[in-house]
Design a protein around this ligand. Sequence first.
Ligand code: SF4
Ligand code: SF4
Length: 260
Amino acid sequence: MNENLYLNKTLIKSSKITLIKIRKDLYMSKLNKKQILNSIDYCNKEGIFFNLQTIYDSVPSGKCSGCGNCCMESVGTNLVEFLNIYNYLLERPKLKTYAFKKILDYYFNEYISKHSCPFKNSKNRCIIYDVRPLNCRIYGQWKKTDYEKNLQNILKENQYFLKFLKSEYNIILPKEVSNFKIDYCEKFIPEKSYLSKSQRLEFADRIFVLDTLILNSKTINIDYADRGIVEFFVESVTDISLANKIKLNRTEIILLNQNK
Ligand code: SF4
Ligand code: SF4
């Protein structure tokens, strides 16, 4: 396999999701728990979590029905957002255990059957609502044309990934997984107007600055690759490249048996 191949790990994604591109040669790491805790400590002391909350608070509000339809996928997340969520769960051990179980279920089964975001509970509620990532907060704020354009780009990239899975692993994903997409939300009504692309990027840039502060602090040693919230958590307990290998092998075996 080409070492520089980018894998688009999560399949059909809505605009809610940042594409997760994994460079196989760079992305062979496990996050060190002590470093995670040190980084959380650093973020608390330096007011980085406070600044993150300020950014979140500046996202315009709107009327959301709370239907949970947009919570059908894991989302792309920045380092500071992952640390913020991890910190939130540290203070809630029962929730942390529940979340980890769901995260691992999601991760290892995401190519086998369709699952909603592991942070959505059975009552359609987000269990980390107070610390949910930017992508969740701005989901309803996309203009329809931007959303559809982005979705088309993602669908195109996913075709490449589907071909890769077939040629490298002989994995043909079930249609419920490969054809899944989250339709544009017509129900959300923004308080003023939808966000333009530059406004959305401005929020992302402000969060990226916080990531840079953490990386410069050297409290955590991490390759700066795009990751989803699920990948961050999986990487906090195991080597992500090993987990990815197990997931693909497992998927191949299960799907082969299902199709017999
Ligand atoms: S943003 Fe839209 S899809 Fe998501 S919960 Fe609100 S109304 Fe439902
Ligand atoms: S983190 Fe929460 S708001 Fe975001 S997709 Fe998951 S359940 Fe929905």
